[in-house]
Design a protein around this ligand. Structure first.
Ligand SMILES: Nc1ncnc2c1ncn2[C@@H]1O[C@H](COP(=O)(O)OP(=O)(O)OP(=O)(O)O)[C@@H](O)[C@H]1O
Ligand SMILES: [Mg+2]
Length: 460
């Protein structure tokens, strides 16, 4: 029987988790604050802690830090709100075992607790290697696993197959593997298999000798020659035609190439990293991809997960792209409004990181102030924020748009507050169909002072 300590300032939440976990056969203790939790820890053997982050007094993160100081091996699972992805990142950075998001998914809670308490199962706790991969942004568990994997596979000569949806960062991962490999000083030569017509593919890969076909006006060395002793990156490998697949397989088996029209073979030593956004297993089943070639390429298969499976990376990526594009476009856009970020967090990103990058680039280009508002976000996919959300959050946007630092210092706080007040009142009047009585109620003003302000600002 495992013993779970639940820490939450909200009684209903404690009760809910207690009932749920007791049903699962766990022994459950509860605490309503971080300090109480530390008391419990002094008197009880606890196997896992489940703690809220936002609590009055000691926060969940502070509790996490204290607990990790005393019991580094005690798994702590943090509860975060879906709308505050930063909390999740912070929790993982501070050594949380994992996090669960509110509103709860009961199965998720059960499985996270099960994996935290299953002592036989080797807990995969990927190290935070993100500092070693500065050009790949992300600190989600999924990305940490990828960093871990890159670090382990890079120094070996094993061929790697990177697969994942378009725009997930496969090419970045390929470059990182080369950079961390023993042949980092040698060439990294990429080729996009889909971009080359079939009749030129063989010569692109293996070279040709002058005069071997019309247009072969001089010798060409080809990808494998250029990547000799280094790394060849075969992008969109799923697009190779059957004939080229067969030729490539032979090269991988025999480690020698013969240029088109040539008579002599040459030994080569090339590490292959291939990438595809197709499901190669399906291609194999449909007879479009050679299974033997697949096994040669996928000695180490690596999946780069879609962005929607690692939403907690979105804020970091947004930050990174904001800096990149405000520099590139010479604009002073520093942040995104919190509702803007929320909209992004609710989006499913069919185009993954590439799409997020494009959204932010456009957002920076379109932004009228130093903050990106939801209006400047454009989406390719179907899920957009509903009208209802937009209206509810227009107030928030008014606050966000109140003033840039520049405007504030230029116009002074009184003017900025007057402007904001004017816009908030005007907005509320719209909402109440110009009923001053109702607007005064909503804004918690007396009718007289509302009437005065309406007059002062020339609203009616
Ligand atoms: N984790 C990341 N951090 C920073 N930039 C990223 C990250 N992932 C992707 N990008 C950027 O997104 C764009 C797409 O990435 P990349 O070309 O590596 O994707 P891909 O998986 O190869 O896509 P495709 O299958 O369409 O070729 C690039 O501009 C890349 O720099
Ligand atoms: Mg690519």
């Amino acid at each position: 029987m495992t013993s779970v300590l639940i820490v939450d300032d909200e009684r209903s939440m404690r009760d809910f988790l207690k009932i749920l976990l007791e049903k699962e056969g766990h022994k459950v203790a509860v605490a309503e604050s971080g300090n109480k939790a530390l008391d419990v820890l002094n008197n009880l053997d606890v196997d896992v802690i489940v703690s809220d982050i936002r609590m009055p007094g000691m926060t969940g993160i502070e509790l996490l830090e204290t607990v990790k100081g005393k019991h580094p091996d005690l798994p702590v699972i943090m509860i975060t709100a879906f709308a505050s992805p930063d909390d999740a990142v912070l929790a993982m950075k501070n050594g949380a075992f994992d996090y669960i998001t509110k509103p709860f998914n009961v199965d998720e809670i059960k499985s996270v607790i099960a994996s935290a308490t299953n002592k036989n199962q080797q807990t995969i706790k990927p190290q935070d290697l993100s500092a070693s991969f500065p050009e790949i942004i992300g600190k989600s568990r999924e990305m940490l696993k990828i960093f871990d994997m890159i670090q382990r596979v890079a120094p070996t000569p094993a061929n790697v197959l990177i697969y994942g949806e378009s725009g997930t960062g496969k090419e970045l991962v390929a470059q990182a593997i080369h950079k961390h490999s023993k042949v980092a000083g040698q060439n990294f030569v990429p080729i996009t298999c889909s971009a080359i017509p079939e009749d030129l593919m063989e010569s692109e890969l293996f070279g040709h000798v002058k005069g071997s076909f019309t247009g072969a006006i001089s010798d060409k060395s080809g990808l494998f020659n250029e990547a000799d002793n280094g790394t060849a990156f075969l992008d969109e490998i799923g697009e190779l035609t059957p004939i080229i697949q067969t030729k490539l397989l032979r090269v991988l088996q025999e480690r020698e190439i013969k240029p088109v029209g040539g008579t002599r073979t040459k030994r080569i030593n090339v590490r292959i990293i291939a990438a595809t956004n197709k499901v190669l297993e399906d291609e194999i089943r449909e007879g479009r991809f050679r299974e033997d070639l697949f096994y040669r390429l996928a000695v180490v298969p690596m999946r780069v997960p879609p962005l929607r499976e690692r939403k907690e990376d979105v804020p970091m990526l947004v930050d990174y792209f904001l800096k990149k594009y405000s520099r590139q476009l010479a604009k002073e856009v520093q942040e995104i409004s919190s509702y803007g970020l929320q909209v992004l967090m609710n989006y499913h990103f069919p185009g993954n990181v590439r799409e997020l990058e494009n959204i932010i680039e456009r957002g920076v280009a379109l932004a009228g102030s130093n903050i990106i508002l939801p209006e400047s976000l454009t989406f390719s996919g179907k899920t957009k924020p509903t009208n209802h959300d937009t209206i509810n959050n227009e107030y928030e946007n008014l606050f966000q748009a109140a003033a840039s630092e520049e405007e504030l210092f230029d116009l002074g706080i009184e003017t900025i507050i007057d402007n904001l007040e004017k816009r908030l009142i005007s907005h509320t009047l719209k909402k109440t169909n110009n009923s001053k009585i109702r607007a005064a109620e909503l804004l918690q003003l007396s009718f007289r002072s509302l009437r005065y302000k309406v007059k002062k600002y020339g609203l009616s």
